[in-house]
Design a protein around this ligand. Structure first.
Ligand code: PHE
Length: 369
């Protein structure tokens, strides 16, 4: 006859020694499975006399309960150990320095663009946009460039091949075509606006890419301009000068920047001027606001009556001024970059040096903190 207590001791010993859940399961099946040793013993109860059963029943059932309890206990212990081992192997050491990671920088043109927008937005200007690929009408004709006039050559235009209508589109040579697009929109909406008693002035800035076939230290085939356009009744040159002076003082963060207006010619403005700011080129770098030199920063003027007429606006009712900044050029001046071509050479070392951090301390006045 099987020695029950011996069997229990054996099984308990082997269960306690089971190295993993697989080994434990094998022992459980061997003892408690359908044909396991303990199960076979339980089956013998049915063949016993009532007296024998009275004695053997509690012993065999006790054996089964003890073995099942031992399996459960060992299973719990093995599972905990397995989890502990997993946690230990997947442990993250938070004290380790992070792996080196390259952080992107904001390109100076984009930084300067944001700064310019911030200043003009404060003065009540809205943003407008237009396409990079323009037609001759918006880029030249509507801006009072006469057909076949040599002024059309002055921009070293990139012409696209003829389309099916025999027209040649251009890569816009300036952001001024968006003046036309904006005034045309005003003209379309004007009757409705007037009917509503809310006839607004136009005050827009137009940042964008522009293209000319040109390349040297201050010219690249693609560059960025920011156009400005104000249209209202009784606008005059004093408004233009004030606006540009305000802008220059705020953009260069000093009221001491001295500017001058030189008469110039643009087909789409009359009178036209170029504004220069005082600078010093003697030390190699350009220093703004001091010195004996001048640097041209913006072309400007009063919107030519022909341009207003080309957009369906009556020049006896509407006047306006316009200006066109070179965004990259302003960046060179403010942040001391000597060569415009470097801006678009995509050299990461240059960007690391001249770029700006994308992460700036939250401005407390905006309620972010
Ligand atoms: N479009 C002119 C240029 O590219 C600049 C300009 C804009 C001049 C608006 C006058 C008014 O040189």
């Amino acid at each position: 006859m099987t020695d029950i207590s011996q069997l229990q001791t054996d099984l308990e010993g082997r269960i306690a020694a089971a190295a993993d859940l697989g080994a434990l399961e094998a022992i459980r099946v061997e003892a408690l499975g359908k044909t396991g040793t303990v199960s076979e013993l339980l089956k013998t109860l049915g063949r016993m006399t009532p007296d024998e059963r009275k004695v053997e029943g509690p012993r065999i059932n006790g054996l089964r309960d003890a073995v099942a309890a031992a399996v459960a206990a060992r299973k719990g212990a093995l599972e905990t150990a397995e989890l502990d081992a997993k946690l230990a192997s997947e442990r993250v050491d938070l004290s380790l320095p992070p792996p080196p990671q390259r952080r992107g920088r904001v390109h100076p043109t984009m930084q300067v663009l944001d700064e310019m927008i911030a200043v003009f937005a404060d003065m009540g200007f809205a943003l407008a946009e237009g396409p990079d690929i323009e037609d001759d009408f918006h880029n030249f004709t509507a801006l009072n460039f006469p057909p076949k006039h040599p002024a059309r050559e002055m921009h070293d235009t990139f012409w696209l091949p003829e389309d099916e209508k025999g027209e040649r589109k251009v890569l816009r040579t300036h952001t001024s075509p968006v003046q036309i697009r904006t005034m045309q929109r005003l003209n379309e909406k004007l009757p409705a606006w007037i009917a509503n008693g809310q006839e607004p002035p136009i005050r827009v800035i137009v940042p964008g890419r522009t293209y000319r076939s040109d390349s040297d230290a201050t010219h690249t085939p693609m560059f960025h301009q920011m156009e400005g356009l104000v249209i209202d009744r009784a606008i005059h040159m004093g408004h233009l000068k004030w606006t540009l002076d305000q802008f220059i003082a705020r953009f260069f963060e000093t009221p001491a920047v001295e500017s001058r207006f030189r008469p110039h010619h643009f087909p789409f403005t009359e009178p036209s001027a170029e504004m220069d700011v005082r600078c010093d080129r003697s030390g190699g770098d350009v220093k703004i606001g001091q010195g004996d030199d001048w640097m041209e920063v913006v072309g400007c003027g009063m919107v030519h009556p022909n341009v207003l007429r080309n957009c369906g606006l009556d020049p006896d009712v509407w006047q306006g001024f316009a200006f066109g900044f070179g965004i990259d050029r302003l960046g060179m001046l403010k942040y001391g970059m000597p060569d415009l071509r470097d801006m678009f050479a995509s050299d990461v070392r240059w960007l690391e040096h001249y770029g700006f951090s994308a992460f700036q301390a939250p401005n407390t006045s905006t309620g972010l903190s």
